[in-house]
Ligand binder design. Sequence first.
Ligand code: NAP
Length: 297
Amino acid sequence: VTVRILQFGATGQLAREMLDRTGDEAAVTALSRADVDLTQPDAIRRAILDARDVDLVVNAAAYTAVDKAESEPDLAYAVNARAPEAMAKACQARGVPLVHISTDMVFSGAKAGAYVETDPPAPLHVYGASKLLGEQAVLGACDRALVGRVTWLFSAYGQNFLQIMLRLAASQPVLKVVDDQRGRATASADVAAFLIAQAGRLAQAPAGAPEWGLLHLVGPTAATRLEMAQALFEVAGLSPTIEPVPTSAFPTPARRALNAELDSTRLQAVFGLQLRPWREALEAVVGQMGVTRGGAA
Ligand SMILES: NC(=O)c1ccc[n+]([C@@H]2O[C@H](COP(=O)([O-])OP(=O)(O)OC[C@H]3O[C@@H](n4cnc5c(N)ncnc54)[C@H](OP(=O)(O)O)[C@@H]3O)[C@@H](O)[C@H]2O)c1
């Protein structure tokens, strides 16, 4: 049987990877901004309650401009906190489960090791605080909700670290890359593949099942931004001059945590799997981007 997924977000990195995988296993109906503006809770509620066939709701949309959120807090809170709350309430009323995507940025980075789901959050900025409120609202309003936290999403789509590095490498004589931020970067493709593969199980899981709650959706290995950039250029056959710099060399309105590493033990324990190591996923994504040895296509 095909699981029918109603998805908020059609154009984002993760949303597009979900749409790429729509098929016999799971059929994804994606709602774009033109269909439902996430600043309108009534429109969100109607979209869920009026949808014809839906077994699972996925929220792949968010206000993701981390620095801009400092000057647009109302919009960030509306999209990242009140919108998922409206989704969770409507899902609860309709009796369908909800998958909501969150972030490592709910943490301050002060912990010495990788963060587990039970660690207390302490966001450093508006974006992180708005995402934390969204998590809490979702888990409080819907008893069949999975909140998957991801880190440094990368894909062949949209603007992410990989595209930025390739663009800068082509335009700057020396590329400054931070070497003191560490995390387990997640391929959007791997999150989408996980959600599509688990959609049937999630659609069936009753309230109280171990599938629900917070889940760190990251791979088994961590790297610094510098290590990721080096791997990217190696795979792409490029050799720009790189200057390692500390995060403090790039002052940003929203302060970045140095330790963004999430632990994936719970993913392994509950679902019996791990996502690909970042390096393997990066090779696949670079291949998909059409980057050829010696230059970007
Ligand atoms: N990117 C990362 O590195 C990262 C890291 C950790 C966690 N996350 C989380 O992962 C999830 C997916 O992120 P992503 O990188 O795929 O996001 P993205 O590429 O920035 O896409 C965001 C999506 O949200 C939609 N959206 C924003 N405001 C909206 C509104 N008011 N009404 C309707 N739609 C709206 C956008 O639509 P438009 O195209 O119309 O603007 C777009 O489809 C998010 O929950 C994010 O917080 C991302």
